[in-house]
Structure formats: structure tokens, C-alpha cells
Design a protein around this ligand. Structure first.
Ligand SMILES: Cc1ncc(C[n+]2csc(CCOP(=O)(O)OP(=O)(O)O)c2C)c(N)n1
Ligand SMILES: CC(=O)[C@@H](O)[C@H](O)COP(=O)(O)O
Ligand SMILES: [Mg+2]
Length: 627
């Protein structure tokens, strides 16, 4: 069925394939993608869009020696299929199987394990620079970056540096007019204008000569005139912004025409200095529903194709924390005109579309620019607004210094709604949000909270919006426990007792409260268990710390985050500061490791964070972490 793909142990044979064979390969790849990716959540539309580009790249370059970095890495599936991973491809994004992102442990064709957007140009430039220093200048360096990732500040930092170093670097801008949501901002408008230029339609022999004619440096007006003069001759116009940064701009070209792509790649391969090749593609190409709705098909839930119509397979009907967060944000915006919300290109993942519709003036999608989002929120705060930065825990890592300087140092009450704070499942190590408790807790003027159940998320947000310091509220990617009880009022640094016992206390910070309660229930006949919903990691409830240690002696702290610097550490610090006996404290959380991909339940089990492991800990039995 996949005649060509099945034979490929590496991408090497592609250089001898005819364009007809390469087109057949593209069909085979699409067939695999469309059939397999419907069976699980995966990056559907982005991968369909780069099939031809990926094939053309591998048929012109030899990436066993040349360097290829796919920005972010979510569009790496065709690359995996043609670099010897066809037979394992069915395992993609399942535990123990292929990762959904580049993974150097899988193949020498993958250079960096990534999943966060924006660093491809920097690493490709670093590779070019390092290869030159190592006497390996023959190795070509290529970065493929999407138009959504392109406006990230770091891309411009890399381009700025590339213009200075003048290394041979090929940057391919994969322009499909989409981030996850439609792309936004001034750069997006600039790209729209470039896309409006006539497409290059065939190889113009003179293009390379002409491009080498137009000086990259020197007086901008003279260069503009030279570019116009030479460009008109060759039909090459536009891209002045890139030219100003020291890149030769080529494009736009059709990113679905393998023959054309090959010709242009072969040409730019031999140009010296940094080059930007602007390739126009369609997100979702080849599966009509994905072409029509690339937002939904970015990572669609499992579905069955019924005669060209995707029918979602039934999933969990329990609302997720994300839904409660969105509703709480919307209610707060309704009540108070000072409340605004920022997303760094994750409107869809944060389910903020209704907020975007209802409050267009107070909703800000800043693009994949997390550092900017935080500094921007701080600015709004200073002007008297009450901004909420609605962001994934792992992506907030990009803003660490802005949290420190622009928010905390100024004592500005920015609210961080930290979604995906915990195990995120099949995305794996780049996306699990495991470090925020530790990295937030160290800053003065920052309160760190986590809801244990759905009903307390809104009161927590209300509390944060009244606070005079910054607040982080973390919750994972899972359905929220419904407690059917009115939460105790939120008071600074006060935990909530759910049940009181005398033998052992489970002190849970965040959403694992459901596992704690179930463990306590199952242990009912064996022991009397206290269950505390900690609510605050900072300031931690010291009275509670003292009380559970003194009343039970044996205390289990529980968190869906890194143990180092996490909630359990805060608990130990508080206990130690009060000169209490800490020997009976067991901390359950994520040990010092990066956690692989898998379903959340599988990972909770392997990490000894499920009901059975909590029961064992209560009985004083040590579990071993199996991941
Ligand atoms: C730092 C960071 N922020 C946000 C994301 C989430 N994210 C992943 S892909 C994506 C859209 C990327 O758009 P583009 O680069 O154009 O790729 P496309 O999917 O359109 O091919 C976003 C926002 C991320 N991976 N990394
Ligand atoms: C590549 C990327 O970063 C996003 O597409 C991410 O995979 C989305 O994750 P969610 O599905 O949890 O929104
Ligand atoms: Mg895009």
C-alpha cells in the first residue's frame, strides 16, 4: 500500500527519485497521516501542510550531515516517516512510542528535542557557526519556521545576529496564514502583503545571479533602488524588512509543488550568507475538513471519517479546569471593566473564544510572545487595569525575567492563570507543566495557589483580582473534581480541611485532591485519614503544617509538579522553621527527571501519584517511580 515509504530506511534515496515518485511519496504520507492521526489527538493540519516541503528538503539536502531544525517541532511527522520511522509510526504519541516532536534519541536526523516555538533560527545559526569553527563548513544549516512562530522576539534576535555573522544559513518561512488560531499582529500583516506578490512560477536562471548582485549592506536607499532595478529584471520584489536585517529574501513560492521547491532549494543552497525563502502552504492540505477548519484540526480529538465528514469519537463529558477558568475570567470581566485577559497565541487551547467574542477590547492575543505578554500585562496593571495572563505553565517559562522584574519587583498584581500545570499527556517533556510551583514560589510579591476542585477556581480568581500582589493559580489539563460543596472562603495562606483523622494526613496542593480523597475512602476501614486541600503553596498555612504534624505525625504531601522547590519542599521548610519533627513527612510529586509522553493516567501511575501509590504511602510503603 505504501510502496515507497515502506522501503525507506533513511531519506537518502529521495535524491534519486523523479518528481513523479516524490509526488507518489507525498500521497503515501498523506494517507498515513489522515488514517492514523484520526485515532488520537495529534498535530493534524500542520503536518499535512508540510508534506511537499519536507520531501523537497530531504531530496535536495542530506540531513545526515546537513542540519535541519523544524521550529517548534509539531510538524515533524512527514520527516519522521521518511527518516526510517515508518514502521514505528503507529506508536506516535503513545507511551513508549515515538514522540510527537523531534527526538534525537529516535534518530540522528533529529537534532534537538523541542516543542516550544521560536528557537529554530538561533540553533540553526549556532550550528552553522559551530560547524565553521570545527572546520565543517560544507554542512548546510536550515531552519523551517511557521508564520505563527515567526514573530517571536527570539527569531528577530537570531536574525539580527545572523545578519552580523553573515553565515550561510537558510531560513524557510512556512507561511500558511495560521498560528493555531488565525495569526495576528503587524508581522502577520506584512506577510499578507508579501503573499500578495506574484508567485515565482518557474526557476528564473537569473534569480541567483541577480540576488547576488543586490548588496545586502550599505545605504538602504541605494539598496532599495538596486533591488528594484534588479528585482524587476528577475521578477523578484519584496521582503525589504528581511533584506534590512541582512537576509536575502526569495519568494513567495508555492510550497506544494515539489518540482518547483526542489529547484528553488537547489538554488538557495548555493547562495552565500543568510537567506530567507518564503514558502506558501495550506494548513490541512489534502483533507478538506482540515483545510476548511485548520483551528479545530490543529489537534482535533479522535474522530471517524464518515464519507469525508469527521465525526468526533465520544470523549469525557466532564468539564475541564480550563472551562471553569474561562468562565471565571468571563464573569470577572463582566463584573469589572478593569479586568483584561492576555493569551500568547493559545486562545483555542484556553477555550477563550467566547471571551474574545464578548470582550474584543479587553482580550489580547499577543502572538507567540510570552515575555511580551507578561511585560504588557505589567504595563496595563500600572495603568490601573487588572490583567489576567492566561497561559500554559510550560510556556510561561519563556517570561521568567518579566515575572521577576516587570511584575514582582514593581509589586504589580498581575494574575497568572496557569493552565496545563501538571502532566499534559501525549505532548510529553516539552509540554508538561511541572516546574511552576518552584519557579514562582521564590519571588517576593507573588502568591502561589492551586484549586483542588472546580468550585473553588472562581473564588480563587476573585481573590487574586483583589490582591495587591501578583498571583499564580495553577491547574492541570484534566476534568475538574466536582465537590458539591460550597468552598470555604479563600483567606490568605489558609488551607481547607476536607476531612479530619488521626493516623495519617494527606496534604494535597491542587487537582490531585481527587486521588487523595479516593485513597482516604479506600483506607477507611484501615486507618483514620485527614485530607487537607492546601490551596496555597505561598504563603503556606503554617498553622495547618503544625497541626497535621502534631496530630498525625505521618504526613503525605501531594502535588502534580516537580518535588524540588515544590509544595512538599515549602511544607518541609515551614516545618523546619517551626522546629517540628519532619521525619514522618513523605513527599509525593515528580522526582528530578523529565517525564516522557503518555496518557495522564498512565503517567500518574508510573510516577506513583495515583490512588494505589497514595494508599501505599499512607501505609508507610515506599513506591518506586517507573517512568
Ligand atoms: C513558546 C510556545 N508558545 C506557544 C506554543 C503553542 N503552539 C504550538 S504550535 C503553535 C502555532 C504555530 O504556528 P506556526 O508556527 O505558523 O505553525 P503551523 O501550525 O501553522 O504550521 C502554537 C501557538 C508553543 N509550542 N511554544
Ligand atoms: C505544538 C503545541 O505546542 C500545541 O499545539 C500543543 O500541543 C497544544 O496542546 P493542547 O492540546 O494541550 O492545547
Ligand atoms: Mg502557520
Amino acid at each position: 500500500m505504501h510502496e515507497l515509504l515502506a522501503q525507506l530506511d533513511s531519506a537518502e534515496p529521495l535524491k534519486d527519485y523523479s518528481v513523479k515518485q516524490l509526488d507518489q511519496l507525498a500521497d503515501e504520507i498523506r494517507d498515513v497521516l489522515c488514517n492514523l492521526l484520526a485515532t488520537r489527538t495529534a498535530h493534524f493540519a500542520s503536518n499535512l501542510g508540510v508534506v511537499e516541503l519536507c520531501i523537497a528538503l530531504h531530496s535536495v539536502f542530506d540531513f545526515r550531515s546537513d542540519r535541519l531544525i523544524w521550529d517548534t517541532g509539531h510538524q515533524i511527522y512527514p520527516h519522521k516517516l521518511i527518516t526510517g520511522r515508518y514502521s514505528d509510526f503507529k506508536t506516535i504519541r503513545t507511551k513508549g512510542g515515538l514522540m510527537g516532536y523531534p527526538n534525537p534519541h529516535e534518530s540522528p536526523y533529529d537534532l534537538f528535542m523541542t516543542g516550544h516555538a521560536g528557537c529554530s533560527v538561533s540553533t540553526a545559526l549556532g550550528l552553522a557557526s559551530g560547524d565553521d569553527l570545527a572546520g565543517q563548513s560544507h554542512r548546510k544549516s536550515v531552519a523551517v519556521i511557521g508564520d505563527g512562530a515567526f514573530p517571536s522576539g527570539i527569531v528577530f534576535e537570531a536574525m539580527n545576529n545572523a545578519g552580523e555573522l553573515n553565515k550561510d544559513l537558510l531560513m524557510i518561512l512556512n507561511d500558511n496564514e495560521m498560528s493555531i488560531c488565525p495569526r495576528v499582529g503587524g508581522v502577520a500583516r506584512y506577510l499578507d502583503r508579501l503573499r500578495g506578490n506574484p508567485f515565482y512560477t518557474g526557476l528564473k536562471q537569473e534569480v541567483a545571479r541577480v540576488l547576488n548582485h543586490v548588496p545586502v549592506f550599505g545605504d538602504p536607499t541605494e539598496r532599495l533602488l538596486a533591488q528594484m532595478k534588479e528585482g524587476v529584471k528577475a521578477g523578484v520584489l519584496g521582503g525589504m524588512m528581511f533584506e534590512e536585517l541582512g537576509f536575502r529574501y526569495v519568494g513567495p513560492i508555492d510550497g506544494h509543488d515539489i518540482g518547483l521547491l526542489k529547484k528553488y532549494l537547489a538554488m538557495v543552497k548555493d547562495l552565500s550568507g543568510p537567506v530567507l525563502l518564503h514558502v506558501v502552504t495550506e494548513k490541512g492540505r489534502g483533507y478538506v475538513p482540515a483545510e476548511q477548519d485548520p483551528v479545530y484540526f490543529h489537534t482535533p480529538p479522535k474522530f471517524v471519517d464518515e464519507g469525508g465528514k469527521p465525526v468526533p469519537a465520544s470523549g469525557s463529558s466532564q468539564p475541564a479546569y480550563t472551562n471553569f477558568a474561562r468562565d471565571a475570567i468571563r464573569d470577572a470581566m463582566q463584573r469589572d471593566e478593569r479586568v483584561t485577559v492576555m493569551t500568547a497565541a493559545m486562545c483555542q487551547g484556553n477555550k477563550l473564544e467566547p471571551v474574545r467574542e464578548q470582550f474584543p477590547d479587553r482580550f489580547f492575543d499577543v502572538g507567540i510572545c510570552e515575555s511580551h505578554a507578561v511585560a504588557f500585562a505589567a504595563g496595563q496593571c500600572k495603568a490601573g487595569m487588572r490583567p489576567i495572563v492566561d497561559i500554559y505553565s510550560t510556556f510561561l517559562q519563556r517570561s521568567y525575567d518579566q515575572i521577576f522584574q516587570e511584575a514582582c519587583l514593581q509589586k504589580l498584581p498581575v494574575v497568572f492563570m496557569l493552565d496545563r500545570a501538571g502532566l499534559t499527556g501525549p505532548d510529553g517533556p516539552t509540554h508538561h507543566g511541572l516546574f511552576d510551583i518552584g519557579y514562582m514560589r521564590v519571588f517576593p510579591n507573588l502568591t502561589v495557589m492551586a484549586p483542588g476542585y472546580s468550585e473553588e477556581l472562581a473564588p480563587m480568581l476573585d481573590y487574586a483580582l483583589q490582591s495587591d500582589v501578583a498571583t499564580s493559580i495553577r491547574y492541570p489539563k484534566c476534568s475538574a473534581l466536582h465537590m458539591q460543596r460550597k468552598p470555604d472562603p479563600i483567606e490568605t495562606g489558609k488551607a481547607e480541611y476536607i476531612q479530619r483523622g488521626t493516623d495519617v494526613a494527606i496534604v494535597s496542593f491542587g487537582a490531585l485532591l481527587d486521588q487523595a480523597l479516593e485513597a482516604a475512602k479506600q483506607l477507611e476501614s484501615e486507618m483514620s485519614v485527614t485530607v487537607v486541600n492546601a490551596r496555597f503553596a505561598k504563603p503556606i498555612d503554617r498553622e495547618m503544617v503544625a497541626e497535621v504534624i502534631e496530630s498525625c505525625g505521618h504526613v503525605i504531601t501531594l502535588e502534580e509538579g516537580a518535588l524540588q522547590g515544590g509544595f512538599g519542599s515549602a511544607f518541609l521548610e515551614a516545618a523546619n522553621d517551626m522546629h517540628l519533627d519532619t521525619r514522618g513527612i513523605t513527599r509525593l510529586g515528580i522526582p528530578d527527571m523529565f517525564v516522557e509522553h503518555g496518557e495522564r493516567e498512565e503517567l500518574l501511575h508510573d510516577l506513583s501519584l495515583d490512588v494505589d501509590a497514595i494508599k501505599k504511602a499512607c501505609r508507610g510503603i515506599q513506591s518506586t517511580v517507573a517512568v
